[in-house]
Design a protein around this ligand. Structure first.
Ligand code: ZN
Length: 372
């Protein structure tokens, strides 16, 4: 009887474990990542590689192999092909970097497009050390694993009719292949196997950034997207990061030429003034002051034009000192969703990855997307 009660209890528990989808399976769930875009040639190498053409016929090629863009197609070992597929038993090297899964190479507008189709769980192990360090506290690494899985699955659903689901750059998530996998990254992925962040039973858009500099940002203040779980929250945790403060000095001529190239009419830039700020402290609008006019520009657009790595965030002061504009700011990134350096500090203070995630994505819960 006691055994029956325990079994019944386990069944009830299993029924209440939240699941998003019964159809998904961790052994087969893949993601398609654009690992190279716009390059003129790539060098493919590896052991036991099998190459096929777009029609599916097996190609007799020797490796290492140079693939080049040729007219509207590819030039591969003296043959002209519309596309190329490479299957490996383990890893395939592209320009010296190792990738798991299957590679597809296509001609694109500006050169070559190389797509890696890889098991999502394996992709996540390689991703961890591109985005953060696996040496961070384990709960922060697990939070990153769940966020990256959530982000990838959301993009896969919304881009299911496209050739690939994810960029391998900061425009989606940074991914540099399998060479920097390690046991701690693998552990964080394994211990959160199949888990995603959900809101009202749906996978969320799990945006994240490096450091928020004191307060995360509501999504509609950065993009035309308003969702209940991407609200700004206070985060003093990342302020202990030495690199949270930044300074940049730029000449008025340099700034004016970048703005003009982006279509803003500024001649003889005399001053840059903060017109308004959001409650988070980030700038909403800047006034660009020239001799004959004032041009108002959203700070988000200004950052994009000058460069995301130059103006690291839109939370800054700007002063004209000795013929140069000096920007002094806090934080790195758009500020929406999880703050990576804040998550690290929260993990060091003893918070679990679930607590970290529910803090940066209010009203959400961690659920299982697939459990195999
Ligand atoms: Zn923060």
């Amino acid at each position: 009887m006691r055994t029956l009660k325990i079994v019944m209890g386990l069944i009830v528990l299993a029924l209440f474990l939240p699941m998003l989808s019964g159809a998904a399976n961790g052994d087969t769930e893949t993601i398609r990542v654009a690992v190279y875009k716009g390059v003129q040639s790539v060098r493919i190498n590896g052991i036991g590689l099998e190459a096929t053409s777009s029609s599916g016929s097996r190609l007799d090629l020797s490796f290492p192999l140079i693939v080049k863009r040729d007219g509207t197609g590819l030039s591969v070992g003296g043959q002209n092909l519309r596309s190329l597929k490479i299957v490996s038993p383990g890893f395939v090297q592209v320009n010296g970097k190792g990738y798991r899964g299957t590679l597809e190479i296509y001609p694109s507008e500006k050169g070559l497009l190389v797509i890696d189709e890889i098991l999502l769980e394996e992709y996540l192990v390689g991703l961890i050390n591109c985005e953060i360090s696996s040496q961070w506290p384990m709960e922060a690494v697990k939070a990153q694993a769940v966020v990256a899985r959530t982000f990838a699955l959301y993009q896969k659903q919304s881009r299911k009719n496209l050739l690939y689901h994810l960029e391998s750059t900061v425009y989606d998530q940074v991914y540099g292949g399998s060479d920097i996998e390690d046991s701690r990254a693998a552990r964080a992925v394994e211990e959160t196997h199949g888990e995603v962040v959900s809101y009202n039973g749906k996978i969320i858009q799990a945006f994240f950034h490096s450091s928020c500099g004191g307060h995360t940002e509501a999504s509609e203040n950065v993009w035309s997207l308003k969702v209940p779980y991407l609200r700004g929250v206070e985060c003093t945790y990342c302020m202990k990061t030495p690199s949270v403060l930044w300074e940049q000095s730029l000449s008025p001529q340099k700034i004016a030429s970048l703005l003009r190239a982006a279509g803003y009419r500024v001649a003889g830039l005399e001053n840059i003034l903060v017109k308004s700020r959001y409650p988070s402290g980030r700038i909403e609008y800047l006034d660009l002051v020239s001799a004959d006019r004032i041009v108002t520009i959203p700070a988000v657009a200004f950052r994009k034009i000058i460069g995301y790595g130059v103006i690291r965030s839109t939370d800054f002061e700007v002063k004209l000192i000795d013929d140069a504009f000096v920007f002094i700011g806090v934080g790195y990134g758009h500020g929406v969703g999880l703050c990576q350096w804040g998550a690290k500090q929260r993990a060091e203070e003893g918070f679990s990855y679930r607590e970290i995630l529910s803090y940066y994505y209010p009203g959400t819960r961690v659920v299982i997307y697939y459990d195999e």
